[in-house]
Design a protein around this ligand. Structure first.
Ligand SMILES: Cc1cc2nc3c(=O)[nH]c(=O)nc-3n(C[C@H](O)[C@H](O)[C@H](O)COP(=O)(O)OP(=O)(O)OC[C@H]3O[C@@H](n4cnc5c(N)ncnc54)[C@H](O)[C@@H]3O)c2cc1C
Length: 255
């Protein structure tokens, strides 16, 4: 075989011709170039960095999502479409007011994530329709986002519940509260009765008893493999209480 150029085992394209035949071609060996291409597709760290800047708590939830191999391959759209009741990205996306761009062929429509699920692992996707993009509203001045996942182990574990809440404080009172959970209902969902307890109130006016009553009125009590209902309901209330109490520590007043 005749090699048409000197071998350099980095990024190399080698023309060759088989002796005593007219078969010729090129052998390509890509090292640095291939590494660069792969790095371009290293979306999870890039996305984590962007999310971490805007919403540190969301990044913390993502850091506890599965494990590095899962985080490197799993997509947010797959997490949403899969629709597990304990899917972790959805409470965060719900509290942030996410909407989904759905596409089938050249037809598109926008559906609020809040209206996406119709039951356990059921959603409004039509045959052939897929989630093309996930849109988040731009962060607003004075907007605060909190989220926390509770599971038995820190990493590689499934939520007992994950709670996410976004809000602003105006005149010391909560406004625009969006609160969402996984693990409490057939699909991840907003909790409008709890939002009503918090909206328009000062942090010290929000009581555990009112939150407990709103949780009891919002969800059907059921024990699961990973946690009893008593535990889940307690955690669901305490996470909100924590977010409410901590709101006075660092929340800038909305303008
Ligand atoms: C070991 C392990 C640990 C895990 N840990 C967690 C965890 O901590 N938290 C958590 O929430 N989940 C966890 N998961 C679940 C899983 O990783 C997620 O649901 C993941 O986000 C799915 O994404 P995917 O891209 O792999 O989707 P796939 O598994 O490929 O798809 C899931 C479903 O969604 C559909 N789908 C995918 N993309 C689209 C789209 N764009 N439009 C419409 N439908 C679509 C598919 O057809 C399929 O029905 C874990 C899974 C494993 C195996």
């Amino acid at each position: 075989m005749t090699i048409g150029s000197h071998i350099a085992w980095d990024d190399t394209v080698l023309p060759f011709q088989l002796d005593r035949s007219d078969i010729r071609g090129r052998v390509a060996r890509l090292d640095g170039v291939l590494d660069n291409v792969l790095k371009q597709h290293a979306y999870p760290p890039v996305i984590e960095a962007l999310v971490a800047e805007a919403y540190p708590d969301f990044a913390e939830v993502l850091r506890r999502f599965g494990s590095p191999p899962i985080r490197s391959t799993a997509t947010l759209a797959g997490n949403i479409a899969n629709g597990s009741p304990i899917g972790d990205s959805m409470p965060c996306l719900l509290a942030l007011g996410a909407s989904l761009q759905l596409r089938r062929g050249d037809k598109t429509r926008t559906v609020a994530l809040d209206n996406f699920y119709t039951g356990q692992k059921q959603n409004v996707l039509q045959p052939g329709e897929f989630i093309e993009s996930i849109d988040l509203p731009k962060p607003v001045a004075g907007g605060v986002f909190r989220a926390h996942k509770v599971s038995k182990r820190f990493e590689q574990d499934i939520s007992a519940t994950c709670c996410a809440m976004s809000y602003q404080l105006q005149g010391g009172k909560f406004t625009n509260v969006k609160l969402a959970y996984n693990g409490l209902a057939p699909s991840p969902c907003r909790a409008p009765k709890l939002e009503a307890v918090i909206n328009g109130r000062t942090p010290d006016a929000v009581t555990a008893a009112e939150l407990d009553a709103a949780i009891a009125a919002s969800f059907t009590a059921r024990d699961g493999l990973r946690a009893t209902w008593t535990y889940r309901a307690l955690v669901a209330r305490n996470l909100v209480l924590q977010f409410v109490e901590e709101s006075t520590e660092s929340t800038p007043e909305a303008v």
